[in-house]
Design a protein around this ligand. Sequence first.
Ligand code: HEM
Length: 392
Amino acid sequence: MFTRFIAFIFAALLALQIGTGAQAQEAQITDRSATGGAQTLADILARQEGLKIDDSFRSDNLGGTGGSVPALGTRGSASDPDLWRAIRYGKADAGSQTNGSLGPVLIQDGGMAWYEFRAGPLSSYGGYLLLGTIAALALFYILRGRIGLDAQPTGRTITRFKAFERFSHWLLAGSFILLGITGLASLFGRKFIIPLMGHEANSTLLIATKFIHNNVSWAFMLALVFVFFLWVWHNIPDRTDITWFAQAGGIVGKKHPPAKKFNGGQKIIFWSVIVLGASISASGLSLLFPFDMPLFAKSFALFNDLGLPQMLGAGELPVALAPQEEMQLAQAWHAIVSFVLMAIIIAHIYIGSIGMEGAFDAMGSGEVDEAWARQHHSIWVDEVKAKETPAE
Ligand code: HEM
């Protein structure tokens, strides 16, 4: 199961392999004659250190229970270690009388690997990504300063976003910020809130946090659909984007490349919000309706058929996943993609507020000064003016 998890993480985010590197080390060969072949203290200690144990002394030691056994019933205080070991290593031909996808899964090894990934690499790399983005923006602000208005304001304004566009944007922004804060609280509560405020406070906070996160998600998904239909037409890549990127968007230096309603950089923000937002929504729905919307086995089968993991030099991705594994992967994916989108959005918030003079008005009142519009979106201004001027 652990290798399966690594296979997925490798395909999702190369960097996350780093945190698991130490566990590839093999433990020393252990003499088990003193325990009659059972595990020793050295085995237990090695496992606690995260070393890889050669489990064959257990998986090959199944007594007489390698073959078929009748459906498992209640066994009271009786326990059969041979049987349970065989179940654990997938070698017992045991049946289950429970219906549904969860019943037949008696032992699921992946929980610990998932827990360690969530508490380890996910939290630390995710945290570094957000803090690193904030630090990079602070440095950029110190070096470049606020992007100002070159010409004097004309006093004439032009409508940039209509009321429904602004409503959709703020619904998307408000819900995303709430989801981000509550998501981070549930990931980091154990690490930061418990030491500061104690278990009781963390528990109360997380109950509220979960309620907000689960319910506000609907507003985010609705706003995502609105924003997509409102702006998709203006975000189709075209030739003006090449000029815009060639001049680094005017962010470095004093040039202001011509742009339509949205420039190349904004198109990247738009498509990141749509694609990553849709992926976060899909994995979020899978978590909201546990075990009802498994996504990964089907996606992995599709990727294998397309040859994607093979192209990256990895083996085939696992296509037989236990329901719990589906949930673990949904959580990991949901959090990884959310961290990436949060980093992008932090940069967007910067440029839409303190980073650029006059930008906020576009989403605040919806009206921008003509001088601002000409400086940043010259082609769009010409298009708007052409529509306003009645045909001769
Ligand atoms: C306090 C937070 C935010 C501020 C101050 C802000 C500000 C702005 C401004 C001023 C614009 C218009 C830019 C223009 O006139 O060209 C804009 C556009 C946009 N915003 Fe935001 N925004 C915020 C949060 C968000 C969030 C959280 C999302 C998505 C999750 C988002 C997604 C977008 C998109 C897709 C656009 C259109 C493309 C673009 O201009 O980059 N915004 N925002």
